[in-house]
Design a protein around this ligand. Structure first.
Ligand code: ADP
Ligand code: ADP
Length: 229
């Protein structure tokens, strides 16, 4: 079975109109799929349905062959890392920011995930190490660094699948390269479903799914989709 499968998914927010119609596509294990399309197309909603933050109205979302509605919450949480678009950084230490969802992670593990997303320098350049203050009043993090910190947080528990809503805010070229490298690093041996706002993410994806008005309007590689323009 594919790692993630959308099978004729329909969805409407409670009390609202339908926002997804007959959405079907699969994300094979170990690959990257980029979701693109205009604002309001339903990209973030698809991620929320994998996480069962909301439940489908029609069809099914399957994770490694199992309907997500049949997976207990903790089993689902162990399999998925979710990184929202505007990842919050709490005023507190780097350690506190990382341990929010995985309080029992070891220092070695914290260093490992920071290294994966190119944030090891935050620990190495300050005598406080993991206890350096970040956010308000501490080390100021750029938008790209906040996003990478959120990725590190999502990776801590070791989920095989990462759902990522890329930030729309403009990153400078240094942060853009660092975010791209971080995504490349975390993509190794993991399955990624990314709402893509950046061309680099789209070009690097194994598969691109184009959504418009809650429907899949195209699926293919960047080369395939560029050829049909
Ligand atoms: P995208 O990520 O492609 O910009 P979204 O998934 O955020 O699209 O939104 C799809 C549609 O669902 C839009 O029409 C949006 O207004 C609507 N929508 C998103 N979140 C909610 C919500 N919490 N309640 C009601 N409608 C929502
Ligand atoms: P707002 O009310 O400011 O729009 P929400 O917290 O309702 O913010 O979230 C906006 C959208 O982000 C939701 O419609 C949902 O699609 C997505 N979202 C929020 N939290 C999660 C989550 N934990 N997992 C997946 N998607 C989420």
């Amino acid at each position: 079975a594919p790692m993630i499968e959308f099978d004729r998914v329909g969805f409407g927010y409670p009390g609202g109109a339908s926002v997804l119609h007959e959405v079907s596509f699969a994300v094979p294990a170990g690959t990257r799929t980029a979701l693109v399309g205009p604002s309001g197309a339903g990209k973030s909603t698809l991620l929320a349905l994998v996480e069962r933050f909301y439940e489908v109205s029609d069809g099914a979302v399957r994770l490694d062959g199992t309907d997500v509605r049949d997976l207990p919450r903790d089993a689902l949480r162990a399999r998925l890392g979710y990184v929202e678009q505007e990842a919050p950084v709490l005023a507190g230490t780097l350690r506190e920011n990382l341990l929010i969802t995985t309080p029992d992670a070891s220092d070695d593990r914290l260093h490992e995930v920071l290294d994966e997303v190119n944030l090891a320098h935050l620990v190495e350049r300050t005598p406080q190490g993991l206890d350096v203050q970040v956010g308000e009043g501490g080390v100021l993090l750029s938008g790209g660094e906040r996003q990478r910190l959120a990725i590190a947080r999502a990776l801590l528990a070791g989920p095989p699948v990462l759902l990522l809503d890329e930030p729309t805010s403009n990153l400078d070229s240094r942060n853009e390269v660092a975010l791209r490298r971080a995504i490349d690093a975390v993509a190794v041996r993991r399955t990624l479903l990314i709402v893509a706002h950046r061309l680099a993410t789209v070009v690097d994806a194994d598969q691109i799914v184009v959504l418009d008005g809650g429907r899949v309007v195209a699926v293919g590689t960047h080369t395939e989709l560029s050829a049909t323009d």
